[in-house]
Unconditional design. Structure first.
Ligand code: PLP
Length: 483
């Protein structure tokens, strides 16, 4: 039984006891995470089947809850923290990030206005200024933390919409000009979702074709804008991506920025995953023109070891973002309003968690050089894996590898495209069912493409070697079964 009385919180002594116990649990988990199957061997419903249908009438002990974490939650968990989790854009949480999460839950401040959370507000401002410097963005850029890149981009598109010469804030969308947003065929679906949310509609989105390396073609963008203007649309926003979700291709931001400047269109740059590599001088060629963007999103929760969720939106026009969202109820007015930032003014949410704390911990614990070294190692490993694929007679790369995400497939001689798609899909499923490795897929020019991403903080060369061995072994087994 717990010591829970009929009012008040858990007793300090009890909190201390289980706090120590849980920290040990977490330390053991992270120490041994490589020993679990990356993907659990379960079917839909398996977890629910172990859970009661109603909440307990009488309080239970933390002991029984921890036991259930082991018995029910662990077997139903996909281990994102596993060094061979190489699916999607992996995000891993580091020790300092996890400890900071504990602290922010303990403070539990709600950073609506400066007064409700001065330290949270001012730490966010300061840490995002550090981060702006790391991203080589000019001083006029201001940052704000949201939960995800989807929400960051939605706010960027809302700012773009606020910039058009029609009072959408007051009149709404029903009588507004027919707005048009542009992004490449490879832009993330969050751009469409954000546009849907803002009433742009799917017809208001135009997807610009890409070149052979999956990068937006600037001349196609230019033509599309001209054509749409002639047809009575109002082009208002272009979204370029640095590190697209399928292949991590990089749109030519400098050329796109020039078009946006000429046409007076808001340029938003999506660098949710690869944006963090702006802190590596040798990667600067991918970020040419970023300083000319109106807004830029980057997710420290993806490739910078900060626990989910933490996304940053930088904008050079914070006043436009504020104009789009600021609406101050009487009870939220404070004496400091003219001299401080009240983050509630910059988005749809009023309440906000103390997220900057975990970014602060991660930046300070590893230091800029420590983070750079980790990103560089991932990129080195990505290039190494790409080289293995290139050198293997029966595998091929299906896209360039600018960072550490590799698009490839098995390609035995003489197989037609249909058979290759079938083979590679089988290969994917069998690889993942080993539990040793988790990768995902994409489709490139109708080719079923395997996609391996190296961005986890625990991933080292031995894990990449293991992944390659698993892939080759299963490939050989499959080929034998065909012949
Ligand atoms: C992952 C990703 C997103 C979405 O990120 P969330 O934080 O999950 O919303 C958007 N754009 C790109 C390029 C991404 O890689």
């Amino acid at each position: 039984m717990n010591k829970n009385k009929s009012f008040g919180d858990m007793h300090a002594e009890e909190f201390r006891k289980y706090g120590y116990e849980l920290i040990d649990w977490v330390a053991n988990y992270l120490e041994n995470v490589a020993s679990f199957p990356v993907l659990p061997n379960i079917k839909p419903g398996d977890v629910k089947a172990h859970l009661p249908l109603s909440a307990p009438r009488i309080g239970e002990s933390i002991d029984t809850m921890i036991a259930d974490v082991d018995k029910i939650i662990m077997p139903g968990t996909t281990h994102w923290q596993h060094p061979n989790f190489m699916a999607y854009f992996n995000s891993t949480a580091s020790g300092p990030g996890i400890l900071a999460e504990l602290l922010s839950a303990a403070f539990n401040v709600n950073a609506m206005v400066w007064k409700s959370a001065p330290a949270s507000t001012e730490l966010e401002e300061t840490v995002l200024n550090w981060f702006r410097e790391l991203m080589n963005l000019p001083k006029e850029f201001r940052g704000i933390i949201y939960d995800t890149a989807s929400v960051s981009s939605m706010h960027a598109i809302a700012s773009a919409r606020e910039s058009v010469e029609y009072d959408i804030r007051k009149k709404g969308m029903s009588g507004a000009p027919k707005l048009k947003l542009y992004c490449s065929e490879h832009a993330h679906s969050s751009i469409e979702k954000g546009s849907l949310t803002l009433g742009i509609g799917l017809d208001g989105i135009r997807k610009i074709p890409v070149d052979l390396e999956f990068r937006m073609i600037p001349s196609e963008l230019e033509n599309a804008i001209k054509e749409d203007r002639a047809n009575g649309f109002l082009p208002f926003c272009v979204v370029a991506t640095i590190g697209t979700t399928s292949t991590t291709s990089v749109d030519p931001v400098d050329r796109i920025a020039a078009i946006c400047e000429n046409e007076k269109i808001w340029l938003h740059v999506d660098g949710a995953h690869a944006g963090v590599t702006a802190m590596l001088p040798e990667m600067n060629n991918h970020f040419k023109g970023l300083e000319r963007a109106d807004s830029f999103v980057v997710n420290p929760h993806k490739w910078l070891f900060v626990p989910v969720d933490l996304s940053i939106l930088f904008t050079r026009k914070p006043e436009v973002l504020k104009q789009a969202f600021s609406l101050v109820a009487e009870y939220l007015k404070t004496a400091e309003d003219s001299v401080v930032e009240n983050y509630m003014d910059y988005g749809i949410q009023l309440g906000r968690r103390f997220r900057s704390l975990k970014l602060w911990f991660v930046l300070r614990y590893f230091g800029v050089e420590g983070l750079q070294a980790r990103l560089r190692e991932h990129i080195r490993l990505g290039q190494l894996f790409a080289k293995w694929i290139e050198e293997h007679a029966q595998f091929e790369l299906l896209a360039p590898t600018p960072f550490s995400t590799i698009c490839f497939r098995a390609k035995p001689d003489g197989w037609n495209e249909n058979k290759l798609n079938e083979l590679n899909e089988k290969l994917l499923n069998e690889i993942n069912s080993t539990g040793k490795l988790f990768i995902t897929h994409t489709k490139l020019n109708d080719k079923f493409t395997l996609r391996l991403c190296i961005s986890g903080i625990r991933t080292e060369e031995e894990h990449v070697k293991l992944a390659w061995e698993v892939i080759q072994n299963i490939f050989r087994k499959l080929i034998d079964s065909y012949s």
